[in-house]
Design a protein around this ligand. Structure first.
Ligand SMILES: Cc1cc2nc3c(=O)[nH]c(=O)nc-3n(C[C@H](O)[C@H](O)[C@H](O)COP(=O)(O)OP(=O)(O)OC[C@H]3O[C@@H](n4cnc5c(N)ncnc54)[C@H](O)[C@@H]3O)c2cc1C
Length: 600
């Protein structure tokens, strides 16, 4: 029977996902554990801390960076001129920011991901353009070389990229390959003698494209021995013949200081030595690199949210109306409190996620996706609340809030739009229990299967998760009640995931509203875990406390609100307006609705 086009597309997507995500046995991470009803505490508790020598390195780096930024970084001017001045880039290179996580042998500082996040938080707190520039150069630009480059490639390319002498970019996006990253159309055809590839195609929306000397470019190559082609990563330099910069700086709404470019490759000959990572595994290279980018994204958003909180506090404490400062009004207090709670959580979640990378967890894709979605959404809320507290004054050009608002909007779109990542979190997470159910179903249909013992194992695991509330280990008596509430919600979450899989079976893969609720619950559970872990550590490890000292009202508020949001998301799985919502959207999109027609 011939398969429909949709079915062929779906099979293709499943095959790509399998290839990308599930390469053999892996240690159970925090997020995958959650979806299986396990609370894998070790990855988040106790709260990860830098060693004293690492902390000293970070302190030194931050002092040097702050001195430099105080003197040379003018975010308003960068926004007005739509350019980051060369002396700022050179200075960032001098203080080590552009090669911080590379090893000292190649000219880097050998910083861990946790250390680097502290540095990026500082830049994100001041200027989003500079933060995105740095992220594009370091967290995604040279990251591919650091992770996948051969010794020869690293020796050849890295040293000049470490100090900003040369800059890097990461080029995945094309007109037909935005959210659908696997749909890259740029072609790389091998030359007859096999010594090179000839690249043709166009890339757009690429940060640093016109200022970079080294670009990691994703292109489609034939794979020897297979009848399909696949994506491969290439190191391309703009001096190669046929490299055409179509738009060096696309005019844009926010992060205006960054050079976002569009370029075309016209028969560009790239030597095969410039292939980065295995042939045909470019998508894996891209997704792995983006994991790092999403972690530093979290740090940058935390920094920006801290700035919003500071500006909100300053204004609420000084601006008077009705003979009172604004901070006396409950509706203003509510906003400030929410921001403080979210900032506490954003920082904790960034720290824990970065530590997963440092500790060598193999697969942290769900956690980095959760961090990206959570921190970008919370930053947007913080910007909105801060803007509102500032009233009309926020609207004028002498306030930084206009720039901060314009800058923050890209975060929910770039490095994977939040919608795509939300579905990704739910689908990849549900795959674990889904596979266990599949074993059980398959054996029920064919009880004589030779590997039926696997189904017993799967059944026992599902049963045990259904009856056993996991343990959330905290040290402080004060947090025991929250820990047991969290444990019960983890148990309810597992129950809800199983119920969704049993009720909807395979079609759940298309049901984004169900996926969204499951992803929201998972993100909140991860966030609450990180907050409890941090809070517990601050209560117990006196002397190593975070800047919130002994006042944990923000942490307390976060845990309450987060547990409430999780319960709501799970409850809404069974009580919602989804049908009406979809019916309305279908009618509107089909042009049957007069309200939409009149608005046109
Ligand atoms: C300033 C800027 C800098 C950038 N820098 C880089 C860079 O350095 N390198 C690089 O490779 N790319 C870069 N990008 C590209 C960026 O990653 C893409 O814009 C992003 O992946 C979204 O793709 P798109 O813009 O084509 O949107 P589309 O894919 O057209 O999506 C539009 C919207 O549709 C919705 N949507 C799409 N798919 C789904 C789905 N499956 N389910 C539900 N909703 C969906 C989402 O709301 C999404 O926001 C940059 C973009 C910008 C704006």
């Amino acid at each position: 029977m011939a398969l429909s086009e949709t079915e062929i597309q779906r099979q293709k997507e499943i095959q790509q996902a399998e290839e990308l995500l599930f390469s053999g046995h892996q240690e159970l991470g925090f997020a995958k554990g959650l979806f299986l009803g396990n609370f894998v505490a070790d990855w988040a508790m106790p709260y990860p801390r830098l060693s004293s020598s690492q902390q000293a390195e970070v302190d030194r780096a931050l002092t040097e960076l702050r001195d430099f930024l105080d003197e040379h970084l003018d975010p308003e001017e960068i926004d007005r001129q739509a350019d980051i001045p060369r002396h700022v880039i050179d200075g960032l290179g001098r203080v080590g920011v552009l090669g911080m996580t590379a090893s000292k042998e190649v000219g880097g500082r050998g910083f861990s991901q946790m250390q680097y996040c502290k540095v990026l938080e500082e830049i994100g707190a001041r200027c989003a353009s500079t933060a995105v520039f740095t992220n594009a150069h370091h967290s995604i630009g040279i990251r591919a070389l650091l992770l996948f480059g051969t010794k020869e490639q690293q020796e050849k390319w890295l040293p000049r990229l470490m100090n900003g002498d040369q800059l890097a970019a990461f080029a995945l996006t094309e007109r037909e390959a935005g959210s659908d990253a696997a749909n890259v159309q740029m072609k790389a055809t091998p030359t007859e003698d096999g010594s090179a590839y000839v690249l043709n195609g166009e890339k757009r929306y690429i940060t640093n494209a016109s200022i970079a000397q080294v670009l990691t470019v994703m292109a489609r190559t034939p794979v020897p021995g297979k009848d399909k082609d696949a994506i491969t990563a290439f190191l391309v330099t703009p001096d190669m013949e046929g490299f055409e910069m179509i738009e060096p700086r696309m005019a844009k709404l926010g992060i205006r200081g960054t050079a976002t470019g569009r370029f075309r490759l016209n028969n560009v000959r790239v030597p095969k030595e410039n292939i980065l990572g295995p042939l045909g595994k470019g998508l894996r290279v891209a997704l792995t690199v983006l994991d790092f980018g999403r972690t530093t994204f979290g740090a940058c958003c935390t920094g920006a949210a801290k700035t919003c909180l500071r500006l909100a506090i300053e204004h609420a404490n000084t601006r008077k109306q009705f003979n009172k400062t604004l901070g006396n009004f409950d509706l203003v207090k509510k906003k400030v409190a929410r921001m403080a709670a979210d900032v506490y959580a954003m920082e904790a979640m960034t720290q824990v996620t970065a530590s997963l990378i440092d500790r060598g967890l193999e697969d942290y894709m769900i956690e980095t996706a959760m961090l990206k979605v959570f921190t970008t959404e919370r930053l947007w809320d913080a910007v909105n609340d801060c803007f509102q507290i500032h009233g009309g004054s926020a609207y004028f050009d002498d306030s930084p809030l206009g720039r901060i608002l314009r800058d923050a909007r890209i975060n929910q779109i770039g490095e994977g739009s939040n919608e795509v990542l939300t579905s990704f979190i739910a689908l990849v997470g549900m795959r674990g229990p889904g596979m266990e159910f599949k074993e059980i179903y398959d054996t029920m249909l064919k009880p004589w299967r030779p590997d039926r013992a696997k189904a017993w194992g799967a059944g026992l695991k599902r049963l045990s998760a259904a009856v056993k509330v996991p343990e959330v280990p905290v040290r402080s008596d004060r947090l025991k009640s929250y820990a047991s509430q969290l444990a019960r919600v983890v148990w309810r979450f597992n129950f809800a995931v199983d119920k969704a899989l049993i009720t909807y079976r395979e079609p759940v893969m298309e049901m984004q509203l169900v996926q969204e609720r499951i992803a929201i619950a998972a993100m909140e559970l991860f966030a609450t875990t990180c907050v409890l872990s941090r809070w517990d550590s601050e209560l117990n490890d006196v002397g190593k406390n975070g800047e919130y000292g002994t006042d944990h009202t923000a942490a307390d508020l976060f845990v309450r609100r987060s547990l409430r949001r999780t319960r709501e998301a799970l409850r809404d799985l069974g009580d919602n307006d989804d049908r009406a919502l979809m019916k309305t959207a279908d009618a509107i999109l089909a042009g049957c609705n007069s309200t939409a027609r009149n608005g046109a």
